[in-house]
Design a protein around this ligand. Structure first.
Ligand code: GDP
Ligand code: IMO
Ligand code: MG
Length: 430
């Protein structure tokens, strides 16, 4: 009855969608436990490409029950847009379950997200503008709206009034905006309530019973370790726990039930939005990685910032998530480089850091200390075992494994489902 958690080890877009899809035929449930439609997970099946934002990638696997668990923030309009688009492409979405305790993103969350970013100016986070931060802020502030509230219009109205009480003062007096109307907001939230109701469940109970019955559950993380609100590069983070612990609080499945924790990591590094990024490249190599890797955001279309692999971050991700397995993606993008640098440690004003600095100023000042590995030129997209890879690519992977503190269990050599090297089984009991 394995329960498997899958998380991003860097700043997102590591290929979590592809890795989840890879396991689709082996699992019974795929659970989204954090974030919302700030995510953009790409799955390529044959010639078809899917971009999933709010829905777990498991929705594309026939027979899998996709679950939006309590830790997610749900934009209901987006949920139905995404479901309709998948239905139009012939995907059966009828098994989807949505937690009654998940919080709702309302129009005013999107408004506040955009207005605060503008107000922050140079200090902005570079959010996706989807209302994620304000929705989680309301949750923590205890003025959030939950899915269950949509089925009691009286309570819903009272809660919307409560949520808008302070916000309207802020919008009008500080941000010079129009106040948000309570009735219009209630109508907007109720518009899809009837359609939503049959999908709503006590998903924590469902998942625990599934594990009791010997089913396999995969928890698909959104965002990533370095965007985690506790363990990431705060304040340049998202507003949820994207690390493995989030799978527990975000689903109602206890930590003792988790068997393995997979970290998905690119063979280089990318980041979207603002914030520190020690191995970021501003030269031709950076542009090369962006072009070759197609590094443009799935959600906002923004060019992703690019840089070399950072083993300090990999070690940190292994530690804070308790990783049991690493899936290294996009090794194929490094093909054709003369030398492949890897950041092995940081230099901070003359002091060497082998581990992530605990101090944010030190991290902002961190200069990468690189070790260079010889590159390879052969096309590796057809490799299906490690031995199929050129010797230099094998050596590069061995070095990553040694430096990252976690075994490599699969390697991506292309975007398609079959373009993967399996090394160790990813669904395994402890
Ligand atoms: P996610 O947010 O972690 O699911 O990742 P994204 O979908 O945002 O970005 C990953 C991109 O890399 C997508 O376009 C994938 O199709 C693509 N991808 C995933 N694995 C590989 C790989 O091994 N090689 C190549 N070339 N592309 C990959
Ligand atoms: P997936 O799941 C990459 C980034 C945003 C911004 C910060 C906060 O596809 O890996 P938010 O809208 O969440 O308040 O923005 O987090 N961000 C992501 N970057 N991949 C993602 O998701 C991201 N989700 C949020 O760019 O810097
Ligand atoms: Mg993404």
């Amino acid at each position: 009855m394995p329960a498997v958690v899958l998380v991003g080890a860097q700043w997102g877009d590591e290929g979590k969608g592809k890795a989840t899809d890879l396991l689709g035929s082996r699992v019974d449930y795929v659970v989204k436990f954090n974030g919302g439609n700030n995510a953009g997970h790409t799955v390529v099946i044959g010639d078809e490409k899917y971009a999933l934002h709010l829905l777990p990638s498991g929705i594309l696997s026939p027979g899998v029950v996709p679950v939006i668990a309590n830790g997610v923030v749900v934009d209901i309009e987006v949920l139905f847009e995404e479901l309709d688009a998948l239905n139009a492409r012939g995907v059966d979405t009828s098994r989807l379950l949505v937690s009654s305790s998940a919080h709702v993103i309302a129009g005013y969350h999107r408004t506040v997200d955009k207005v605060t970013e503008r107000f922050l100016g140079k200090r902005r986070i570079g959010t996706t503008g989807r209302g994620i931060g304000p929705a989680y802020a309301d949750k923590i502030n205890r003025v959030g709206i939950r899915i269950a509230d949509l089925f009691d219009p009286k309570i819903l109205r009272a809660k919307v009034e409560g949520a808008l009480d302070q916000k309207n003062h802020l919008l009008v007096k500080v941000y010079n905006r129009r106040a948000v109307d309570v009735d219009a907001t209630v109508d907007e939230l109720l518009a899809h309530a009837e359609r939503l109701q049959p999908m709503v469940a006590d998903t924590g109970l469902v998942l625990n019973q599934a594990l009791d019955a010997g089913k396999t559950v995969l928890f698909e993380g959104g965002q990533a370790t370095m965007l985690d609100v506790d363990h990431g590069t705060y304040p340049f983070v998202t507003s949820s726990n994207a690390t493995a612990g989030g799978a527990v609080t975000g689903s109602g499945v206890g930590p003792t039930r988790i068997d393995s924790i997979i970290g998905v990591i690119k063979a280089y590094t990318t980041r979207v939005g603002e914030g520190p990024f020690p191995t970021e490249l501003f030269d031709d190599s950076g542009e090369y990685l962006r072009k070759a890797g197609g590094e443009y955001g799935v959600t906002t279309g923004r060019p992703r910032r690019t840089g070399w692999y950072d083993a300090v971050i990999a070690r940190y991700a292994s530690r804070v998530n308790g990783l049991t397995d690493l899936v290294v993606t996009k090794l194929d993008i490094l093909t054709g480089l003369d030398k492949v640098p890897v950041c092995v440690a940081y230099d901070v004003d003359g002091t060497r850091y082998d581990e992530m600095p605990d101090d944010q100023t030190a991290f902002h000042h961190a200069k990468p200390i690189y070790e260079e590995f010889p590159g390879w030129w052969e096309d590796i997209s057809k490799a299906r075992t490690i031995e199929d890879l050129p010797a230099n690519a094998q050596a590069y992977l061995r070095a990553l494994e040694d430096m990252s503190g976690c075994r490599i269990s699969a390697v991506g050599v292309g975007p398609r489902r079959d373009e993967i090297i399996g090394v160790h089984d990813l669904v395994h009991p402890r």
